[in-house]
Write a protein that binds this ligand. Structure first.
Ligand SMILES: Cc1cc2nc3c(=O)[nH]c(=O)nc-3n(C[C@H](O)[C@H](O)[C@H](O)COP(=O)(O)OP(=O)(O)OC[C@H]3O[C@@H](n4cnc5c(N)ncnc54)[C@H](O)[C@@H]3O)c2cc1C
Length: 388
């Protein structure tokens, strides 16, 4: 039965996945969807349309909202996608973060309203968590939502909101009770970024790009039906979403080499440093690459095993902190190694293919989604059960 599914999937992917979508793309090739979606190429659009027609942008969501594949079928789909090196058809915080918590905590009305749009890439989300005084200590957030008839009136500001200036909607943590202990006065709400009173201001990263923003809310009116879960019970949802986010971010630890089809780390090292008997000429670098590749392979297999054991492709548990920690540290060390290989060649800045910007961007990996120190704290408390 499963072999039949594998063969059908393989045949379908062979027919539908354009050749140009069978290599890792760069950041500018990513398709984020949304109201103002820009398709980087016709092939990218065709690839997305094909995957959406199957519901395979969210393969394990229930059929009425997404794909309807079983866990086993999804494992096969993922392995067939890896086999042809297929690019994700859609990058989406809706798919990787919000969708799973809506499935668990949303009302049926909310699921029917948002999940199909997320699956089809019609709505782009941003994450309104961090504030100027609430990063690692997220529960100290001060953005207020006050009930006014059928609405909340939201005032406050968020910071580091990735792609807020391109997002259609935000999933946002707000304080709905100022008297309760800080974890017990938080609610999780959704609202349209085009609502009057929402403004964004991009912030530049050290890599030169501006992927994130300061986000301001000035008397923003949000219907109360956009509350997810119970009022003042949003902290539980916030933490669950972070587990999905951390698991998603940890995936960067399974990449190898710099971006682009011909840029495996070994090939680059051979090009830059020369070859002796078909091997990288510099034995120290050769050893470092071997070690890095073994770590990467062990990490990928461990993630896969955890996903198989949990019967879910995204492992929503405190163990996601472990994967986030290791995956991001691994990705940072990958870029350190690439810099070593490229030597002075990596000092270029203007050229699009330079790794300097990617290396600088990788420094943020162990900050976004919660810093490495915070992941270590979560592991100590929630995985190992050590005292505070
Ligand atoms: C690229 C990028 C994208 C991001 N995107 C988003 C987004 O879309 N939405 C969003 O809401 N946020 C986003 N963030 C924000 C991110 O979640 C925060 O930066 C992160 O949680 C750290 O918070 P902070 O920057 O306030 O640092 P702080 O909390 O001020 O931490 C400063 C330092 O103190 C350490 N520290 C703090 N508390 C402890 C502790 N208890 N134990 C040990 N060490 C501690 C930290 O590890 C860190 O080294 C993004 C960040 C980056 C870099």
């Amino acid at each position: 039965m499963m072999e039949k599914f594998r063969q059908e999937t393989r045949d379908w992917l062979d027919a539908k996945c354009p050749q140009s979508m069978r290599s890792p793309g760069s950041e500018k090739d990513a398709l984020w969807g949304g109201r103002a979606a820009k398709h980087p190429s016709q092939d990218a659009k065709d690839w997305l349309d094909a995957m959406v027609s199957k519901g395979w942008t969210c393969p394990t969501w229930p059929k009425e909202y997404g794909g309807g594949l079983s866990h086993e079928e999804n494992m096969i789909l993922q392995s067939e996608l890896r086999r042809i090196n297929a690019r994700p058809p859609l990058i989406s915080f809706g798919i990787s973060m919000l969708g799973p918590v809506l499935l668990e905590y949303g009302t049926e009305e909310q699921k029917l309203e948002y999940l199909p749009k997320i699956m089809r890439g019609e709505i782009r989300w941003c994450q309104g968590y961090s504030e100027p005084g609430a990063g690692s200590d997220l529960a100290s957030l001060q953005t207020r939502a006050v009930v006014d008839g059928d609405d909340y009136i939201v005032n406050g500001s968020k910071v580091w909101t990735s792609y807020a200036d391109h997002a259609d909607w935000i999933f946002c943590l707000v304080r709905t009770d100022t008297d309760a202990p800080k974890h017990e006065g938080i609610s999780f709400i959704l609202f349209d970024m085009a609502s009057p009173g929402v403004t964004t201001k991009p912030i530049q990263l050290i890599s030169g790009s501006s992927p994130f923003c300061e986000t301001f809310f000035d008397d923003v009116r949000v219907p109360r039906k956009n509350l997810v879960g119970q009022e003042n019970q949003g902290w539980v949802i916030a933490k669950k979403l972070l587990q999905y986010e951390r698991n998603m971010i940890s995936g960067m630890g399974t990449r190898s080499g710099a971006k682009g089809p011909q840029r495996s780390m070994e090939n680059q090292a051979k090009l830059q440093l020369g070859e002796t008997n078909g091997k990288i000429a510099n034995p120290d670098i050769r050893e470092e690459i071997c070690r890095h590749k073994m770590d990467g392979q062990a990490f990928a297999l461990t993630r896969q095993r955890a996903a198989e054991e949990s019967k879910s492709s995204s492992v929503p548990s405190p163990a996601s902190s472990m994967f986030k920690y290791y995956g991001t540290e691994l990705n940072k060390s990958r870029f350190e190694l690439l810099l070593e290989i490229f030597g002075s060649q990596s000092l270029r800045w203007e050229d699009d293919s330079t790794i300097t910007r990617e290396w600088l961007r990788s420094r943020a990996n162990s900050i976004e989604g919660g810093t490495s120190e915070i992941q270590l704290n979560v592991m100590a408390k929630r995985v190992l059960g050590l005292p505070d």
